[in-house]
Design a protein around this ligand. Sequence first.
Ligand SMILES: O=C(O)CCC(=O)C(=O)O
Ligand SMILES: [Fe+2]
Length: 341
Amino acid sequence: MSTTTTITETVQSNLNLHGFGRMRMDGTDRHFGDFRDELTRNGYAVVKGAIPRERALQYADRMYSWLENFKLGFDRNDPSTVHKDKLPVINEKGMCLHYGLAHEDFVWSVRSEPGVIGAFEKIYDDEDLIVSFDAVNFQFPSRTDIAPNKPWPHQDQDPEKHGFRCMQGLVNILPNGPEDGGLIVCKGAHLLSEQFHREMAGEERIPAWTNEWFGFTERGMKWLEDHGCEWEKVCAEPGDLILWDSRAPHYNVSPKNSQARFAIYTCFMPVADATQEDLQRKKDAFDRRVGTTHWPNAKHSGSNVAKRDGVDDLHNREVPVMEPVLSERAFKLTGIPYLKA
Ligand SMILES: O=C(O)CCC(=O)C(=O)O
Ligand SMILES: [Fe+2]
């Protein structure tokens, strides 16, 4: 192969890794012939078997063990032990946000799964990506020991910043049918987001702790309904990756039957969309083993201090039980290799 060919090929592959370019998510994306077609049309999609089912069930086993290893009394085989006194702190939405969980080895293993990374490489047509240090979701059926999970329809994107900016994802770990707990998405509404915010600009807002969040009021929900948008429960098998545009209105519901819902959030964005300051903050979050939001650029980071009934949980820990062992590919996802000295 001549040098010229090699350079041409390199330039070509850098420009257009998968031959389609970064998704625009504005309704004008060309036909891809894969999950991206649904993603661009509906604002969400399921990538079947991003992780082989058997491996997803092994992750479920590690998740159950992580809960049991607090030695508070939770036993996966005894539903009566699903109680907040017997579990680490998990909120009514199923989120577990502390205890170094965002950096447990099994969480990093899920983030580093080739089928997960590969889906985002296709979306962004880019291999230089960073990943969020996001929460883990454990939703158990029939909980009366915690507050009910009331609908919390929202977008995870600043309403003043239009257009497609971030693709969110979660790896579904347990069987997840129509009656099970999980993600509810307003189909196609990502395409109406700009119009919504223009027409509803004067409306009262639900307070948000970050600019990158917008909550839908009853009037907002009515607007979506009046514009023909329908809400759908997204169903998935163990190992399926669920993707959704940050602009897509969504929330989660708790299980209605006996099946638990486990999920690991995995959001990726091109490192090119992050500043050096973002990457520095991200490194700091990684070094301290704390979580971030869904946004991989680490605008906000969390803490490992869970509060139980207002006081620090006695079972808090600053580092994961099992520190992550990162492959070279996974380490790039921390953003650290992209920091200039
Ligand atoms: O658990 C889910 O399916 C969605 C969670 C979510 O929307 C969020 O954390 O912002
Ligand atoms: Fe969300």
